[in-house]
Design a protein around this ligand. Structure first.
Ligand code: NAD
Length: 481
């Protein structure tokens, strides 16, 4: 069993701690690791070390392209060790090994993408008047905090850390208490890299003990938080006291809007994959099916058949659906399914599954719920499991109204062969990403990602995210010869 210390100021901290938190493999409930139960003092130490590192000549002398080369080397390291890292992600989150492999490749792509971008972060020259040269310079913000959830720990750590280091910041990552393994693997790489101590640090522990103090620390200059809406609100409030900007990636209740002229095979496959990826524990899960009324019976018939064929099992067995993270998540999903039994109708699934040899894992059948009133809580709230709710529309306007009827606005899928309908709906849907006749577009690291409404503030991924980690300084030079 692995014991995971924190990386603070280039040192492994906490090995002498007598307070450790267990980490379990969701596939079978086995204890796989322990993390140090960090405290506020650790956060204080890390922030101080980051401030010193950020201001150091040693860091300022590292040229942007050299920062980029370093990140590209990390990408190569991840790819060279992809098998081991996938195994860790699979054990830690429970996800099927092929999905863990895709996450590892995505993490490598983030470091590669932002590594390539490091020396291309440019300001503007702005015409003012004769005799004045006016230019903007994009400077790093300073010390950036990155608070990561448990569902895609490696990808989510990689996407913001890569952008922040590419732009010259000193980063502190707080991993989720359930899933620290791959963030620790990144820390191991940074610990022996040639970077100044304190440019990358990893703190572990509970949200209240470590995440809260980090979010409210006056020495932090930007917070990237990915997680639930409620925690995001408290992070934002803590940041407000220090007038610190936040990037928030929160939840979703994303619709797949299927019109009767859709390419049926594509739409069926898209709707299924959008809800079962990571057993539905995905912020951008397509958890609502909005289907044209006249097409409902046929489409649901085919969809039910596909759901019935889905395989369930431990991550290492690489079935289509893995376990739910832990008992707490499992119980909240089961309770919601129970509510749905009286408020609506379960078309398929709805039961727990016991896997022989993995009795300690938490498995749930992929489930379709029909007949809910759109005002019901289950129609509005994230379920965060392999559970799809179905609603119908007759007109394009109704489809748009339904799509926009939750507090969230992260992703939307539109399935139709009619280009006018597709673009009209895309223009009206309030969500940060819209996919037409696909869902996810292979998860490209280049595509801006983030939400409308309570799905969040700001965008990650792509070039646009580099702006999260830079300040604009305007310099006007007057020459008077
Ligand atoms: P969570 O909010 O419980 O925890 C997220 C992180 O915040 C963890 O590291 C946790 O320790 C920390 N934390 C907890 N309390 C804190 C506090 N008071 N102050 C600071 N940090 C604190 O979320 P979760 O259960 O880990 O993740 C699931 C949620 O994340 C879902 O709602 C999902 O939709 C969302 N999510 C969003 C995205 C996205 O990119 N939009 C991606 C993945 C997950």
């Amino acid at each position: 069993m692995k014991r995971i210390p924190m990386l603070i100021n280039g040192e492994w901290v906490g090995n002498d701690s007598n307070e450790w938190l267990p980490v379990f493999n969701p596939s079978n409930g086995e204890l796989i690791a322990e993390i140090v139960k960090g405290q506020k003092e650790h956060v204080d130490e890390a922030v101080h070390a980051a401030q010193v590192a950020f201001e150091s000549d040693e860091w300022k002398k590292v040229k942007p392209y050299e920062r980029g080369q370093l990140l590209v080397r990390l990408a190569a390291h991840i790819r060279n060790n992809a098998e081991q890292w996938s195994k860790w992600e699979c054990e830690d989150v429970g996800k099927p090994i092929s999905q863990a492999k895709a996450d590892v490749e995505a993490a490598a792509r983030y470091f590669e993408f932002y590594g390539g971008a490091a020396d291309k972060v440019m300001g503007d020259t702005i015409p003012i008047e004769e005799g004045i040269l006016n230019a903007t310079v994009l400077e790093p913000v300073g010390v950036t905090a990155h608070i990561v959830p448990w569902n895609y720990p490696l990808q989510i750590t990689a996407r913001s850390v890569a952008a922040a280091i590419a732009t010259g910041n000193a980063v502190i990552v707080k991993s989720a208490e359930d899933t620290p393994l791959t963030t620790h693997a990144i820390a191991e790489w940074f610990a022996v890299s040639e970077l100044p101590k304190g440019i990358f640090q990893h703190v572990t522990g509970l949200g209240a003990d470590v995440g809260g103090p980090l979010a409210g620390h006056p020495g932090i200059h930007h917070i990237t938080f990915t997680g639930s809406v409620n925690t995001g609100i408290s992070v934002m409030k803590a940041a407000a006291d220090n007038v610190v900007p936040v990037t928030l990636e929160l939840g979703g209740k994303s619709p797949n809007i299927v019109f009767s002229d859709a390419n049926e095979e594509l739409a069926l496959e898209g709707v299924v994959r959008a809800i079962i990826q990571n057993a539905g524990q995905t912020c951008s899960a397509g958890s609502r099916l909005l289907i044209e009324e006249k097409y409902k019976e046929r489409f649901l018939h085919e969809l039910t058949a596909k759901f019935n064929e889905l395989t369930i099992g431990p991550g290492v067995d690489d079935k289509e659906i893995g376990p739910i993270l832990n008992k707490k998540q499992f119980d909240q999903i089961i309770n919601k399914i129970q509510d749905a039994k009286s408020a609506g109708k379960i078309i398929v699934g709805g039961e727990t599954v016991t896997i022989s040899g993995s009795e300690g894992g938490y498995y749930i059948q992929p489930t379709i719920i029909d007949g809910l009133d759109n005002t019901h809580a289950l129609a509005k709230e994230e379920i965060f499991g392999p559970v799809l709710t179905v609603f119908t529309f007759e007109t394009i306007e109704e489809a748009i109204e339904l799509a926009n009827s939750t507090d969230y606005g992260l992703v939307a899928g539109i399935w139709t062969r009619n280009i006018d309908v597709a673009h009209f709906v895309a223009s009206k849907v309030k969500s940060g990403q819209v996919f037409i006749n696909n869902y996810g577009a292979a998860g490209g690291v280049q595509m801006p990602f983030g939400g409308y409404k309570k799905s969040g503030i700001g965008r990650e991924k792509g070039f646009i995210a580099l702006r999260n980690y830079t300040q604009v300084k305007n310099i006007a030079v007057k020459f008077s010869i």
